[in-house]
Design a binder for this molecule. Structure first.
Ligand code: CA
Length: 229
């Protein structure tokens, strides 16, 4: 499910500002999703796995600073660019301390914002999935959907291949169940996250030496999974 256009999440409570940003970035070829308060922003950030988040600081329900903190605590490393109405140093310092990558003070020029977003995306471009990949004695051939383990054929379902492809592209990063559901299953629903756990359990039986004490696909408490292959 690799989309060519980068995905942007805009968390901004002023409708006109949100709309203006959406129009501009869609014009630039981005896929844009918006959230009008902090809670919705956090939920969408976790579920949609955007490539970059534009995050207003002053938001209803949950401030941008708290959203940023919550994401970083869960190990989400997506670049975050803070939008701040105030240029007070304190605000900026606090924003960067919560784990934001950059900030831009309102009012800003849309040209400058677009340029900064592009620069951050270039820096954090996801690792493309190689055609073949090896870890722990397992050889994966993503082109032909073939796998071996210790030289012996390993039978993996198409879904398991897609899971592993996603893991390889995001190796070393925390990926949430919601992200997996949306990216691998193309489903957005909280109820279905058990499906992810069940598939991971099955996959571990196939690729781990000790499925109950996994070495390659580890659980990240309260967040999701991390692939260490
Ligand atoms: Ca605001």
């Amino acid at each position: 499910m690799d989309n060519e256009s980068p995905k942007l999440l805009i968390v901004e409570d002023e409708p006109e500002m949100a709309l203006g940003l959406r129009d501009n970035f869609e014009f630039e070829g981005y896929t844009v999703s918006t959230a009008a308060d902090g809670e919705e922003g956090l939920r969408k950030a976790l579920a949609e796995g955007p490539d970059l988040i534009l995050l207003d600081i002053m938001l209803p329900k949950m401030s941008g600073l708290d959203v940023c903190r919550a994401l970083r605590r869960r190990g989400v490393a997506t670049p975050i660019l803070m939008l701040t109405a105030r240029t007070q140093e304190q605000n900026v310092v606090e924003g960067l301390e919560t784990g934001a990558d950059d900030y831009i003070a309102k009012p800003f020029s849309i040209r400058e914002l677009v340029a900064r977003v592009r620069a951050h995306l270039r820096r954090s471009a996801p690792t493309p999935c190689p055609d073949e990949y090896e870890f722990g004695g397992i050889h994966l051939d993503f082109r032909n959907y073939q796998a071996t383990r210790g030289g012996e054929p390993l039978l993996l379902s198409p879904r398991e291949f897609e899971l592993l492809r996603f893991f390889v592209r995001h190796r070393g990063e925390v990926v949430t169940r919601e992200q997996l559901l949306e990216q691998v299953w193309d489903i957005t629903s909280r109820i279905m996250t058990r499906t992810v756990d069940n598939h991971i359990a099955k996959l571990r039986q196939k690729v781990e030496d000790e499925p109950s004490d996994p070495r390659w696909i580890v659980t990240v408490h309260r967040s999701g999974y991390k692939f260490l292959g």
